[in-house]
Design a protein around this ligand. Structure first.
Ligand SMILES: Cc1ncc(COP(=O)(O)O)c(C=O)c1O
Length: 410
């Protein structure tokens, strides 16, 4: 029998970490208030949440949606993305970042990420711009802001829209400015795994009144501002949030500051301790990142520094010690059958759209950094970072135990 729990040794930790989602009397009262009011539909609570969240992220306007996917789709269409356009996206993200582009009838162009932030690499963006490029969608992955100085400068130079996928970045700040409306538009998600949640939900942020009105119209059946109810101006849909969702989100927002602070403090402790181990590399914090939501705590696992033991074997061992973690995305987005086979829609539009005038073949797409990160990344979910100092010590001790006994895993 070995020392490691995965080999029958004693498990380092048996207690559970804080669970997610969290709620208390605040959510119960807020929900009950809506229930009793009889006003369940797209009213005061939605308006209150839109204003509160937009202000929280330093944006002028907030337009809630059914989810983060819809927020991105609407933002792209409102930004003028359409048939024949190319939109630059990272491949290391949730599928919605790229499918939102397809839903806007445009072509996702995958641009590689940086190994030390997991965010889109601005240098690679420059190389990918063509006469068809219309927009860039940086993802603030895990809540770490992408390099918005470089990205907005490139966009300005080439007259491109920037639509931030801020689905993980509630409370994140770049140069002490909330993310989400640093570009023209940004989308957030409130799905259940997210750091503030109503089970599902999303919001679009912008500083432009015109874009806000367009997003509102798309999200509300194409209606016009201050226009008759049964008059429709745009090909919109029903992407409205309910009063119940908004009420829960208002309650969740009251906890967010304190939780971001705690996650940051705990992440700092992990960063300091884990950087001392061979083969464990936490993500980089650039000085422009003034606040980081830590939807995930990520590090790179480098097998070449740990006797060639695979990342998946390391994760198995860490799980066995009582520390939940995963390897995240198994492959970059373009490796999915959706992109490899271009297999959707009766005419395979928009990938074979005549407006585009070029052919797309994602079998030829290769983003070496993203592919490597899919083999190296280790993800710990944000609820772990809501634990105590002792909980963080357990994470550190478990990794130390595995590193010290790495030979057992060979
Ligand atoms: C990076 C990213 N973008 C967009 C989305 C879509 O959000 P939703 O699930 O609310 O539709 C997600 C959801 O996980 C995400 O992780």
């Amino acid at each position: 029998m070995g020392k490691l729990a995965v080999n029958g040794g004693e498990k380092l930790r048996t207690r559970a970490f804080p669970s997610w989602p969290m709620h208390d009397q605040r959510e119960k009262e807020a929900l009950n208030e809506v229930l009793e009011s009889g006003k369940w539909w797209y009213g005061e609570k939605v308006k209150q949440f839109e204003e509160a969240f937009a202000a929280y992220q330093d944006a002028k306007y907030g337009i809630t949606t059914t989810n983060g996917t819809a927020a991105l789709e609407i933002a792209l269409i409102a930004a003028g993305v359409g048939a024949g356009d190319e939109v630059i996206v990272p491949p290391y993200t949730f599928v919605a970042t790229a499918t939102a582009v397809l839903k806007a009838n445009a072509i996702p162009v995958f641009v590689d990420i940086q190994p030390d932030t997991f965010n889109i690499d601005p240098q690679r963006i420059k190389e990918a711009i063509t006469e068809k490029t219309k927009a860039i969608v940086p993802v603030h992955f895990a809540g770490l802001p992408a390099d918005m100085d470089e990205i907005t400068a490139i966009a300005r130079q080439h007259n491109l829209a920037v639509i931030e996928d801020a689905a993980h970045a509630w409370g994140s700040r770049w140069r002490d400015r909330g993310v989400g409306a640093i570009g023209e538009l940004g989308g957030f998600s409130f799905q259940m795994s997210k750091n503030i949640t109503a089970g599902e939900g999303g919001i679009i942020l912008t500083n432009s009144e015109e874009l806000a009105d367009t997003c509102r119209s798309y999200s509300n059946c194409g209606r016009g501002k201050d226009k008759p109810w049964y008059e429709h101006y745009l090909l919109g849909g029903n992407y409205r949030m309910t009063e119940f969702q908004a009420a829960i989100l208002l309650a969740q927002l009251t906890r967010l500051d304190e939780q971001v602070t705690r996650r940051q403090e705990n992440a700092r402790k992990l960063d300091q301790a884990l950087s001392d181990f061979p083969g464990i590399e936490p993500l980089k914090n650039s000085p422009q990142v003034s606040r980081r939501s830590y939807h995930l705590y990520c590090f790179r696992y480098l097998p070449e520094q740990l006797r060639g033991v695979s990342r998946d074997r390391f994760i198995q061992a860490l799980n066995a010690e009582g520390i939940p973690c995963s390897g995240g995305y198994p492959h970059p987005l373009y490796k999915n059958p959706l992109f490899q086979r271009k297999g959707y829609g009766p005419q395979f539009c928009p990938l074979s759209c005549p407006y585009y005038g070029k052919t797309v073949d994602y079998a030829q797409t290769h983003c070496p950094v993203a592919e490597k990160i899919c083999e190296q990344a280790v993800w710990l979910t944000h609820n772990l970072l809501l634990g105590t100092q002792e909980d963080m010590n357990d994470i550190i001790r478990a990794i130390e135990k595995i590193v010290d006994n790495i030979d057992e895993l060979q």
